[in-house]
Design a protein around this ligand. Structure first.
Ligand code: PLP
Ligand code: COI
Length: 340
């Protein structure tokens, strides 16, 4: 398929409508076969469950053009499983995991002209999502649902790409213990909007959320997990039941251990320890790995030795190895790349 005429190198992280999207409906206790459509608009009843009680979950993944010209996506089986976990937590029917991967494949294929060329710095962001579509007024789950997959070409999530960002310790909480922080539900993002707008107004790029119960432990940001590098070059990542189990973070731990021979630790990370780390980064599908140069806690600054100009050396190695795998330059572990 011919590539669309888009200025790939200057894309930000925004929505650009592409040609096709996948739609499947759940009615009378079952999913239909689903199909691709040209229609980017969703028409639902005014009282739909998603509109009244935010019954919606989603996923985020990317399609890449490899060095040898294939289109691939990264570990879609893990997104399928996480979306099933999210759906169960919000009392929604699971979209079957194999059908999820099929739907992703069909949608990416149908929009192949929008998959940015190798080396352009852009990727095709893929957003599967699902919502309660029939009228609900008493607080209960909907009976009917729609599953959709949309795609949009994107550039870096943070302006400036690989330049270190500055974040603040948020005064707001993101997720309660035993709440929904570990699933990808729209409601977690709705409640983070005031915190991110506040952070931006104060000149910060993102928020660091601490655990809501004690406010002593590092959780995550609004859209990415943390990784830290110790001064003796161990890779440390916070463990918590109320953060999203990032597929990028899980992959980076494998990359650190098996490709770079580093020691890795997934454990509770106290905020008090953060000042002693050598490097800090945010990791996620959208964020890839975005280096953090400075964290501000009510006026008190933590400045990482890696500085504000470039990624720290270990963060850089992790970034290059992960993106090398995703773009087909480095041999992936079995099952990580799914060819479209
Ligand atoms: N944490 C949150 C809150 C997110 O929204 C995301 C994005 O998906 C992540 C972490 C990173 O997860 P993943 O690496 O699976 O994209
Ligand atoms: C992703 O990384 O895919 C996300 O969903 C995060 C979001 C903040 C864009």
């Amino acid at each position: 398929m011919d590539k669309k005429n888009i200025d790939w190198a200057n894309l930000g992280f925004g929505y650009i409508q592409t040609d096709k999207r996948f739609v499947s409906n759940f009615k009378d206790g079952k999913w239909d076969d689903g199909k691709l459509t040209d229609d980017a608009n969703v028409v639902i009843n005014e009282c739909a469950g998603v509109l009244q009680y935010a019954q919606t979950v989603f996923e985020g993944m990317k399609a890449y053009t490899t060095e040898d010209g294939r289109i691939v996506t990264f570990r879609p089986d893990l997104n399928a499983k996480r979306m099933a976990d999210s759906a169960r937590r919000l009392e929604m029917p699971v979209y079957p995991e194999d059908k999820f991967v099929e739907a992703i494949e069909k949608t990416i294929k149908a929009n192949a002209g929008y998959v940015p060329p190798y080396g352009s710095g852009a990727t095709l962001y893929v957003r599967p999502y699902m919502f309660g579509s029939n009228p609900v007024i008493g607080v209960k789950p909907a009976d009917e649902y729609q599953f959709r997959v949309l795609t949009t070409p994107v550039g870096p999530y943070f302006k400036g790409g690989a330049k270190p960002i500055t974040i603040k310790v948020s005064d707001f909480d993101r997720a309660a213990p035993h709440g929904t922080g570990h699933i990808k539900a729209g409601l977690n993002y709705a409640m983070s909007l005031h915190a991110i707008v506040t952070a931006h107004k104060e000149g910060f790029d993102e928020n660091m959320y601490l655990d809501a119960a004690t406010r002593t432990k590092v959780e995550e940001t609004g859209g990415a997990n943390f990784i830290f590098v110790t001064k003796d070059n161990k890779v440390v990542t916070p463990k918590s039941n109320s953060i999203l189990p990032s597929i990028t973070r899980r992959s980076l731990m494998t990359v650190a251990k098996d490709y770079l021979g580093l020691e890795v630790e997934e454990r509770e990370v106290y905020f008090d320890e953060v000042k002693d780390f050598a490097e800090c980064g945010l990791c996620g599908t959208a964020a890839v790995i975005s280096p953090v140069g400075k964290i501000v806690d009510h006026g008190k600054e933590i400045c990482f030795p890696s500085g504000m100009e470039e990624m720290g050396p270990t963060t850089k190695k992790l970034y290059e190895t992960l993106t090398g795998i995703q773009m087909g330059r480095i041999e992936p572990p079995k099952g990580w790349l799914y060819e479209i």
